[in-house]
Design a binder for this molecule. Structure first.
Ligand code: ATP
Length: 393
């Protein structure tokens, strides 16, 4: 969708902001550009909407060389969100949101309707915020309006330059989560500039790690963290990259343990007998549709079975509700943090249909982390072998 071919930018004073840039952002992909101040991230982004012209190479958007495109028309195909939001101070939130539809000449009723819809989408009630002015909003709310405005004409491409840079860390995390939810619905092609590696890793399908004026590594967050391409990248992602990696490694079915499962309607005596045979200390309790209900300990079942003289008791009478669970595909970091938050020794995992698929234990969590680190180690080793083969032939 966006393709850089050997692009360089040399400013008139001789500063080479970037050079040798070649990469591609696929349709619907979110690529974060991350690196220290002055490494050329903003220059890269501004070349895509022709606020800056490259001095070498070319950039294609949807197969078209943008040097041939009319800049104003090009920019209307691209939402642009910046740190200072660039909202018009004397226009209401609704009017700010409707800026591009206004430029495109949409009738008033339609653009107001679109602006209301967009404000709603970014979590701002149009009835509450629509008629306010930007200065009557918090920093986080202003950023949301910035995102709503960029999306107003439904452009396929979004360019975001440190859009959440000016808000405090808590609001920032909130905005990131909202944006991820939005992106999972909208599937825009996004180029996102940040100097914050945590943000880059959280949001990016892939990350471009910039050194001075060039990309040092362009890869998935897990690979950048697990197998940094150079000492520079390793330093930049930080010594705690193992921890950061938790947040980009998903829970997979193979990571889960399978404890005994019981159903709410199972008879107490039969359930207690099964637990005794299995030697298990607890079981997961499911309802009739195999949806997670809770858990029950073997000791509780054994005691209750003894008291249940007429045999009418069921597992459901003694099951405790589950307090925390996670969908399959959640990150290991989420799993770890949920375990800590609930002081739990294990955490249940469900599929998209809410069916129970297994439990994650601290031991399995550790194995899962090892698995992803080892996968990278193997990939690196394979490359080494290839190089040796080439040299000896
Ligand atoms: N108009 C200009 N004339 C000369 N040099 C420029 C100009 N604009 C940017 N530069 C230089 O180009 C380099 C890259 O700048 P750029 O703004 O792309 O970096 P950045 O990675 O976005 O930095 P930051 O995170 O601080 O915004 C820097 O050395 C900067 O000083």
């Amino acid at each position: 969708m966006i393709r850089f071919e050997n692009v360089a930018k040399r400013y008139p004073d001789g500063t080479v902001a970037v050079e040798g840039l070649s990469f591609e952002v696929a349709e619907g992909e979110l690529v974060t550009l991350v690196g220290p101040s002055g490494c050329g991230k903003t220059t890269t982004m501004k070349m895509v909407n022709r606020l800056i012209e490259p001095t070498e190479g070319r950039i294609l958007v949807d197969g078209e060389d943008i040097a041939e495109a009319e800049p104003v028309e090009l920019r209307r195909r691209m939402g642009y969100v910046i740190q200072q939001t660039g909202l018009f101070p004397h226009r209401t939130v609704l009017d700010n949101t409707a800026t591009v539809p206004h430029l495109l000449g949409w009738p008033k009723a339609r653009r107001r309707e679109r602006a209301r819809e967009l404000l709603d989408l970014v979590g701002l009630d149009p009835d509450v915020f629509g008629d306010r002015y930007p200065e009557q909003l918090s920093g986080g709310q202003r950023q949301r309006v910035g995102v709503a405005r960029a999306l107003a004409a439904d452009p396929p491409v979004l360019l975001m330059d440190e859009p959440f840079g000016a808000v405090d860390p808590v609001v920032r995390e909130h905005l990131q989560n909202e944006f991820l939810r939005l992106q999972s619905r909208l599937h825009k092609t996004v180029l996102f500039v940040t100097h914050d590696i945590e943000e880059a890793v959280r949001l990016g399908d892939r990350i471009a790690v910039y050194g001075e004026g060039r990309i040092e590594q362009f890869d998935s967050p897990a690979t950048v963290l697990g197998a940094p391409a150079s000492g520079y990248v390793a330093d930049f992602v930080g010594a705690d990259r193992g921890l950061k990696r938790l947040s980009v490694t998903p829970i997979e079915t193979g990571d889960l343990e399978q404890p005994p499962t019981l159903h709410l309607t199972d008879r107490l005596d039969e359930a207690a007998a099964r637990m005794a045979t299995d030697g298990a200390r607890w079981a997961v309790v499911l309802d009739g549709a195999d949806v997670l209900h809770g858990w029950v300990s073997a000791a509780t079942l054994a005691e209750a079975a003894v008291r249940d003289a007429d045999g009418s008791g069921t597992v459901g009478d003694h099951a405790r509700r589950m307090e925390a669970w996670l969908p399959l595909g959640s990150s290991l970091k989420q799993a770890f943090s949920t375990m800590l938050q609930h002081d739990a020794g294990w955490i249940a995992v469900e599929d998209e249909a809410d069916r129970f698929v297994g439990v994650l234990t601290p031991a399995k969590l550790h194995e899962a982390l090892r698995r992803s680190v080892d996968a990278d180690a193997r990939a690196v080793a394979r490359q080494d072998v290839e190089l040796e083969t080439i040299e000896s032939s």
